[in-house]
Design a protein around this ligand. Structure first.
Ligand code: SDX
Length: 427
């Protein structure tokens, strides 16, 4: 093992270095405070590894995303979402027997406790679906007491399968509630993604046949969003889990964090931005605003903390957008035309080139979801649906790590130092 030597003041500290299977070496600073009496400072975790993991790897310079070592473009083309769920949860692609066992285990848990339907009715009809999904996910812990003991591997497994199985029903019902239509129950004869589309778009008044093209596109969107290293919402799930909180509460915390427009909320914000731009001739005005330091406006769906080259998911999503809109007969979709032209202009503009800003996963996803008939308020809930398996895989990895302890960051304190209380008459 190699070491890094840190010299400051009269101190010289040897810090062990750890070598990954991929990515940069890591300096282990766990003993830094004990040996040197100092903290490190990295508020946005731009240079800090919060954990050891073997689930997902991103090479931001190469534009590479691997789930358990498999490139995302191969999985998007050749696999399907439930197989990707198995891969993320258990580390290997399933044999046909393993898959034949896994799929029905998920299918059998797609229904919600009937009493949960009443829980939805406590929300205003105009509640953002993300508020509903966040609330209902947390509420699962009040219905499924038999799978909240995190020290029991069996209960952890049941809770994991339950959340993966129920999140499509939870999400579809949040949509149905927002549009005032009756809830549609899961159908076990449908595959995972077709079941979700059926619960979203079928109505009692007429039969609904899931379009296999839309189901395939939706399934690919789920795969592209399934996991992404230690992003903000995954780090939230890990931190919540480190306190021993029940799995449903931890995933609800992930949903809450994903909601932000800088994170999973960007897909809704990106489509709203493209619609606000409206026509190609207005793009320069918005490019100028994105570059203006005095204007808080940013190109939504652009830029990424890790990808400093293209986001491989955006590449697949862009191909999928072309295919789906073409098959739906709306290839000259004005929003897509604005997106394509905005990308072309931005990628030739020095501001974006210097800062290595490229379209991310959220830039094209909204265009596809909009074409499928989803309102933009459903875009982030769909992201949360897909990311639930990634959050669970990361949570399971953290919980089963024998060295794991409660996460408790320190701080750089710059507030008032010790001072005595002053009575109000003397202030
Ligand atoms: C997701 O972490 C993940 O893995 C997340 C995710 C996942 O799968 O979990 O990939 C999902 O969250 C994708 C990102 C979705 N967010 C957006 O599309 C919102 C718009 N993007 C930005 O807010 C921003 O790019 C972030 C938040 C994504 C990344 O921000 P960073 O890494 O903190 O970068 P930064 O804010 O320090 O920006 C660096 C420079 C700044 O300019 P300077 O101060 O150097 O002059 O780039 C500029 C920023 O102003 N910049 C942008 C910009 N993004 C960054 N300028 C205009 N438009 C943008 N979108």
């Amino acid at each position: 093992m190699t070491h890094a030597t840190l010299k400051f003041g009269d101190k010289e500290i040897e810090l062990p270095m750890m070598s990954p299977t991929a990515g940069p070496d890591v300096i282990d600073i766990q003993k830094l405070y004990a040996q040197g009496g100092v903290f490190t400072f990295d508020p946005g975790f731009t240079s800090t590894a919060s954990c050891e993991s073997n689930i997902t790897f991103i090479d931001g310079d190469k534009g590479e995303l691997l789930y358990r070592g498999y490139p995302i473009d191969q999985l998007a083309e050749k696999s399907h979402f439930l197989e990707v769920c198995y891969l993320l949860l258990y580390g290997e692609l399933p044999t046909s027997e393993q898959l034949s066992d896994f799929v029905p285990r998920v299918t059998r848990h797609t229904m919600l406790h009937e009493q949960m339907a009443y829980f939805y009715r406590g929300f205003r009809r105009d509640a953002p679906p993300m508020a509903v999904v966040c609330g209902v996910m947390g509420a699962l812990s009040s219905f499924y007491h038999d799978s909240t003991d995190i020290t029991d591997p069996e209960q952890r497994e049941i809770a994991s399968i339950r959340m993966i199985a129920k999140i499509p029903t939870i999400t579809a019902w949040a949509y149905k509630y927002s549009v005032g239509q009756p809830f549609v129950y899961p159908k076990n004869e449908l595959d995972y993604t077709s079941n979700f589309l059926n619960m979203c778009f079928s109505v009692p008044a007429e039969d609904y046949v899931v379009d296999p093209i839309l189901s395939r596109a939706m399934d690919r969107i789920f795969t592209l969003h399934a996991d992404h290293e230690q992003n903000a919402s995954t780090s939230t799930v890990r931190l919540a889990g480190s306190s021993g909180a029940n799995p449903f509460a931890c995933i609800a915390a992930g949903v809450a964090c994903l909601w932000g427009p800088a994170h999973g909320g960007a897909n809704e914000a990106a489509l709203n931005m493209l619609r606000e731009i409206g026509t190609v001739d207005r793009i320069p005005e918005y490019i100028a605003r994105a570059k203006d330091k005095n204007d808080p406006f940013r190109l939504m769906g652009f830029g990424h903390r890790v990808y400093k080259n293209f986001d491989p998911r955006a590449k697949v999503m862009k191909e999928s957008a072309d295919e789906v809109l073409g098959l739906l007969g709306i290839e000259n979709n004005p929003t897509l035309q604005v997106a394509l032209e905005l990308e072309r202009i931005a990628l030739n503009d020095p501001y974006f080139i210097e800062r290595k800003l490229y379209p991310n996963v959220d830039f094209y996803s909204g265009i596809i979801l909009d074409a499928m008939g989803f309102p933009s308020s459903m875009f982030t809930p769909i992201f949360a649906l897909a990311r639930t398996v990634g959050w669970i895989a990361q949570w399971k990895e953290m919980i089963s790590d024998p060295t794991q302890k409660i996460g408790r960051p320190r701080q750089l304190y710059t507030g008032a130092t010790n001072r005595d209380y002053v009575d109000v008459e003397n202030r």
